[in-house]
Design a protein around this ligand. Structure first.
Ligand code: 15L
Length: 271
């Protein structure tokens, strides 16, 4: 085998056709020799170094095949917002179990799991919490991400599979509203966070909040300092324009009350 300067031979990115999957797809190629991309949706054509392997997460055999020969996984796949219970059950509960069983079967040692701030969406915006705060999910989606954090904890304790759970805030190209002055995660910082989570020497099982270096903070990441994530962007340059666009916000507005923002008003949907 030829010597490699990249930290991984083969990485798997699930949810590669989704919003953040499309952001990470070209960026992760810089960190591995081969990038296996999966989604249930159309993935386009493979660039050099890419392998396309479509799969539905609830298809156990397909997920087992997906993890064969993989060094580490960036798992963005699944339902990424509030929805009816059944799709959440299939993708985020059954699908995640399939992923961890496949990792155990193939000896994959590291998974970066896209959790969400909606695990703790029912904390108020005047509270500062860390990863030891009990979950207070704002949606069925948030409950499913709390399940993922607990499932991955069990696979670490029982089987030694390391997971970094990223409680991603609002990963957009720019902050769009007052809430995002605290919750924003730039795309460059998203890449820094994922790479730190993939390469931290001793990740064990870690929960880390995914935000940029914003001046307003609800989430304390000191318990995850060993991951070595150093955000370099901030929402602050957008503050003046965002505040000017909405000079007298309603203090009762859920978007400005709860850490999960408007998610507290979403659903529940009929199954
Ligand atoms: C999430 O978990 C969602 O996937 C994303 O679409 C955003 O809504 C984000 O949270 C957020 O809280 O802004």
């Amino acid at each position: 085998m030829t010597p490699t300067t990249k930290p991984f031979d083969r990485l798997l990115l699930t949810g590669a056709a989704g919003t953040l999957g499309r952001v990470l797809r070209p960026r992760l190629l810089g960190h591995c020799e081969r990038l296996r991309l999966s989604d249930r949706a159309e993935l386009g054509t493979a660039a050099p170094g890419e392998e396309l392997q479509p799969a539905a997460l609830e298809d156990r055999a397909a997920v087992l095949a997906l993890l064969e020969g993989v060094d580490a996984v960036v798992h963005l796949g699944g339902v990424s917002t509030e929805a009816a219970f059944d799709p959440i059950l299939q993708a985020n509960i059954v699908g995640l179990f399939n992923l961890y069983e496949a990792a155990r079967h193939h000896g994959v040692r590291r998974i970066v799991f896209a959790s969400s701030n909606h695990v703790v969406g029912y904390y108020r915006q005047n509270e500062v919490i860390d990863s030891h705060a009990p979950p207070r999910p704002d949606t069925l989606y948030g409950v499913s991400k709390a399940f993922g954090e607990n499932l991955s904890r069990m696979y670490w304790d029982r089987y030694g599979i390391q997971t970094v759970c990223l409680r991603i805030g609002s990963a957009t190209s720019a902050p769009l509203n007052r809430r995002m002055l605290a919750s924003w995660l730039s795309h460059d910082d998203l890449e820094r966070l994922v790479v730190a989570a993939l390469t931290a020497p001793c990740a064990g099982h870690t929960v880390i909040f995914g935000t940029s270096d914003n001046a307003t903070r609800w989430w304390d990441n000191r318990r995850a300092m060993h991951i070595g994530y150093r955000p370099q962007d901030s929402a602050e340059p957008w503050r003046a324009a965002i505040e000017a666009a909405d000079p007298r916000p309603d203090p009762q507005d859920p978007a400005l009350t709860w850490q999960g923002g408007v998610f507290v008003k979403l659903g529940p949907y009929e199954t």
